[in-house]
Design a protein around this ligand. Structure first.
Ligand code: AMP
Length: 301
């Protein structure tokens, strides 16, 4: 079962209370594809500039990720600079340079147009729509977004939401999108915009899943030290969609297990700066932490 992702491939400059990193590999499509490729084959749609080094592209290839849909354009690669507070759930965007992303029009290679699991990663909603319009077949369409697009492209974002089955979003962005402060009310309001399932990411507090008939909660895996939360959301999405694609398990049971796998992968992603930890992660490590996660949350009622 193949997975398609559209999103940013970036240079990130990051400051956290544990340290800083300058112009490391980042972007929503990068974290997602590194995570999802541990479960199923992944194809990436995105854009990079002429300054993007071959050694970064090699990291994608080493994971078996198909980068035919990653276009190199004249100009500089998307660059994001973020700073985390002592409370790692809070971060500020210090700089955002869209660069080659500002004029990007995604074109799917013919072989990508039939893909079973599609993730519209964090990118301009107009580009997310371009991708959906070119698909001839898919089984599942999920998406993510962030404050920049909720504020800047609300109309296009509403069109995306009307078409996706699953939205993954963090808690402050769910509040911003819905205009509701209470997270349950925010989720209910977002369900009315189109998605059948909303996954609300709450950083170190875990994830809440809402659908019309069910609510499910999973904690974040307790870690003694979080070095860099960047990409946790996209890694969660990669583990989640990856697990669904690997097993094709339908229904609530399948969704719940996929949420735990997403949480497991995200817990590894934050253990080092950039996607470093993900690029060395193995399937055996994922399974081992999955078992610990089951123990962590197991009780008899
Ligand atoms: P996450 O921590 O999972 O929410 O995502 C972090 C990634 O999002 C970073 O690697 C950034 O390069 C990327 N990013 C930051 N701002 C944007 C934006 N406005 N649109 C798309 N991607 C972004």
């Amino acid at each position: 079962m193949s997975i398609l992702v559209v999103g940013t491939v970036a240079f990130d400059s990051i400051e956290t209370p544990s340290g800083s990193a300058e112009r490391v590999l980042g972007g929503s499509a990068t974290y997602f594809s590194f995570a999802a490729s541990l479960f199923a084959p992944v194809r990436v749609v995105g854009v990079i500039g002429e300054d993007f080094p071959q050694e970064h592209l090699d990291l994608f290839s080493r994971r078996g990720i198909d980068i035919q849909g990653l276009k190199k354009e004249k100009g500089e690669t998307f660059h994001w600079r973020g700073r985390y507070h002592e409370d790692l759930n809070v971060r500020d965007t210090i700089e955002l340079h869209l660069n080659v992303l500002s004029s990007f029009v995604p074109r799917l290679p013919e072989s990508y147009r039939e893909t079973d699991y599609v993730f519209l990663g964090n990118i301009d909603p107009a580009m997310q729509l371009e991708v959906v319009d070119q698909l001839k077949h898919f089984r599942l369409l999920a998406c993510d977004t962030m404050d920049h697009w909720i504020n800047g492209s609300p109309k296009e974002l509403r069109k995306v939401l009307a078409r996706v089955e699953i939205l993954m979003i963090n808690d402050s962005e769910a509040r911003l999108l819905s205009g509701e402060h209470n997270i349950v009310r925010a989720a209910r309001a977002i369900l009315k915009m189109g998605p059948k399932t909303v996954l609300i990411k709450r950083g170190e507090y875990g994830v809440l899943q809402f659908s019309d008939s069910a609510i499910f909660a999973v904690p974040a895996y307790p870690l003694e030290e979080v070095f860099d939360p960047t990409g946790a959301g996209d890694s969660f999405a990669g583990g989640f969609v990856g697990q669904l694609a690997r097993t094709r398990e339908p229904g609530q049971g399948g969704l719940r297990r996929a949420i735990v796998y997403g949480s497991v992968v995200a817990s590894f992603a934050v253990e080092d700066f950039g996607p470093q930890r993900l690029s060395s992660l193995t399937a055996a490590e994922i399974e081992e932490r999955y078992r610990r996660f089951v123990e962590l949350t197991n009780f008899h009622s």
